[in-house]
Ligand binder design. Sequence first.
Ligand SMILES: CC(=O)SCCNC(=O)CCNC(=O)[C@H](O)C(C)(C)COP(=O)(O)OP(=O)(O)OC[C@H]1O[C@@H](n2cnc3c(N)ncnc32)[C@H](O)[C@@H]1OP(=O)(O)O
Length: 273
Amino acid sequence: MSPQLDAMPTSAKDNKKQRRKEVTAELARHEAALKQLVRAAEADADPLRSFAPFVAYSRNGLDACIRAFTGEGLPAPLAAWALALCRGNMQEMYEAVWGWSDKKKQRQLEDESSRFLVAFEAAAAAPAPAEAAEGAGEAQAAGGAEGQPLAYLNYRFEVEDGVPVAYCYEVQLEERAQRKGLGKHLMRLLELMALRNGMAGVLLTVMRANTDAIAFYARLGYSEHESSPGYADPDEEPAGYVILCKPLSRPARGHSHAHGHGHAHGHAGCCGC
Ligand SMILES: CC(=O)SCCNC(=O)CCNC(=O)[C@H](O)C(C)(C)COP(=O)(O)OP(=O)(O)OC[C@H]1O[C@@H](n2cnc3c(N)ncnc32)[C@H](O)[C@@H]1OP(=O)(O)O
């Protein structure tokens, strides 16, 4: 027993013990509620059903439609295409920071908690298979009526430091689909899905060398998260990556966020996710 407790009258000790028990039980309930929130979000078999107007993207010369997959349910040719696209876009930058491993990336993409949005070109607009990128022809066949895949967003629902978030693992676009608004559209869809599932925000990791992606995320309102290396201590050795976040707000309804998660807009140094 601690010396402080020892010196207390019995009723005060009992009160303190009781209070500890209550706090522990409350924390356990809170943790269970967060896990439940994530499980419910993961279990949604049709995450795009509320966002029908956003599953088609026709702008800037692109004519695409978006479908949702789980990592485990992604057809093999699409999984191969996703891995090849990521390798093509990222391998060089990865090698300078974490190293590149096909196996590790594949495991990440196909993990049971991994989720995908995949944008397919409308079938009529798809180029002949000979012009397609590695794996895209077979991936097209796996996609059914759609044309070739153009882009994907790989995400998970997670609890990060006690806060439920949608974690964006990868956004990868074929070169011919870049800078046409599709990346932004996919991120907006993720934000909508995150909000609908009670997540407090979107989190992601991006390499410092990826200045294009950093500019893209800044344009979309993402800023450095307090868990990002060097955020709290400018003397810390700079890492090769930063963690960015965007808190998500609901229309004010006069009561706090479900499961007690307030949003920290305007909260100095913290973005609430
Ligand atoms: C967590 C991660 O996934 S990090 C890895 C990100 N992925 C990559 O680096 C792979 C290669 N790049 C890509 O796949 C894409 O180009 C992405 C994902 C970086 C961006 O998607 P895109 O569709 O090309 O960008 P999009 O056209 O939607 O641009 C949205 C906004 O960001 C701006 N933007 C995009 N790229 C840049 C840039 N390099 N510099 C400045 N602004 C930019 C656009 O001008 C646009 O602004 P607007 O809304 O005012 O018009």
